[in-house]
Design a protein around this ligand. Structure first.
Ligand code: ZN
Ligand code: ZN
Length: 346
């Protein structure tokens, strides 16, 4: 094995810098992964902004990681072997000790690293990961295809499953970007009447091609009014951080309907309590998913032909890729490729 590897880390000025680092040894319960692909998520931008400048070594972003295990620490389960292709999403592996873990709510574990934020992520040739956070990758998916499913995919797949909507129900997706473009595909394949809500007319054709039965351009139309004319939505999944825009769509919820929040914003969400009580409407947040649930999202993607729409860029161009994602110009996910093996996989 090499003695050093290349990584993209957050520099003091919050710019990304390419560095060489010594190859680490995996500790107990950990594995070392040779990264092949890493998706660029919206959360990466805030991870970089919030990265602690005093941290040594600086943080490596990225939490849609696919690679191969190249070394095992002590006490790792026999299901993970050197050479196995694995993924790591936003959650870096649960502790199996806290109350949330004892309840089986592994995604809510209180002692879980957040990949790319509280531990190093996948903008690198190598990465250490807890074995409890590993996701097995089906052969049918290339590494670049699988990577975005590990955050954008699982987040929307689980949100739709938790929403209470059933086949035939109307489900609206607010925000058609990295997450939204996966949500549209999953919602269509789950048997919903799918309404995509976005800004501008330039993504109408893409939204319809991805599975929407109806596209609403909020620059020209009032989404809540149109949804109400359609009989209301049983569920609305929001991927945007703009609380005011989420509040605007709420009147479109059917009685008993649920709004599932995936976008993270700082502003409070304004909602009348009577509106919730009067017809038992609900507002819930959904927090990505466990590795087991991530495997279900991957399996569902293979079974139904759902794939992220990706642009591929090499690791060295991470900064440029990140800027493109932030500008909203990415369609719909940028995936960094790392190492020679990735090319053989495509
Ligand atoms: Zn993410
Ligand atoms: Zn725990």
């Amino acid at each position: 094995m090499k003695s050093s590897y290349r990584a993209i880390q957050v520099g003091h000025d919050k710019r990304l810098e390419l560095v060489e680092r010594p190859v680490p040894k995996p500790g107990a319960g950990e594995v070392l992964i040779a990264v092949e692909a890493c998706g660029i998520c919206g959360a990466d931008a805030s991870d970089i902004d919030r990265a602690d400048p005093a941290l040594v070594p600086p943080r490596v972003p990225g939490h849609e990681v696919v690679g191969r295990i190249i070394a095992l620490g002590a006490n790792t389960p026999s299901s993970w072997a050197v050479g196995t292709r694995v993924g790591v999403g936003r959650l870096g592996g649960h502790c199996n000790e806290c109350n949330e873990c004892r309840r089986g709510h592994f995604n809510l574990c209180r002692n879980q690293p957040v990949v790319g934020s509280s531990c190093d992520g996948g903008y690198a040739e190598m990465m250490i990961a807890r074995a409890t956070g590993l996701v097995s990758i089906p052969e049918e998916l290339s590494s670049v295809e699988a990577a975005p499913i590990l955050c954008a995919g699982i987040a929307t797949f689980n949100a739709l499953k938790k929403s209470g909507a059933e086949a035939g129900d109307t489900v609206a997706i607010l925000g058609i970007g990295g997450l939204g473009h996966m949500a549209l595909q999953y919602a269509r394949k789950m048997g919903f009447r799918v309404v995509a809500i976005g800004r501008g007319d330039d993504i109408r054709a893409d939204a319809l091609a991805l599975g929407a039965h109806r596209y609403i351009d909020t620059r020209q139309e009032t989404a809540a009014e149109i949804l109400k004319e359609m009989g209301g939505a049983k569920a609305i999944v929001t991927t945007i951080g703009n609380a005011a825009a989420v509040a605007e769509i709420m009147p479109a919820l059917q009685p008993g309907g649920q709004i599932v929040i995936l976008g993270v914003g700082k502003d409070p969400l304004q909602v009348s309590m009577g509106y919730l009580v009067g017809a038992e409407r609900g507002v819930m947040g959904s927090m990505t998913g466990t590795p087991f649930e991530n495997e279900k999202a991957l399996d569902f993607s293979v079974l139904t032909g759902v794939r992220p729409r990706i642009e591929i860029m090499p690791l060295e161009r991470a900064e440029e890729a990140l800027e493109k994602m932030k500008s909203g110009a990415a369609k719909f996910r940028i995936v960094l490729t790392i190492g020679e093996r990735t090319h053989a996989d495509q």
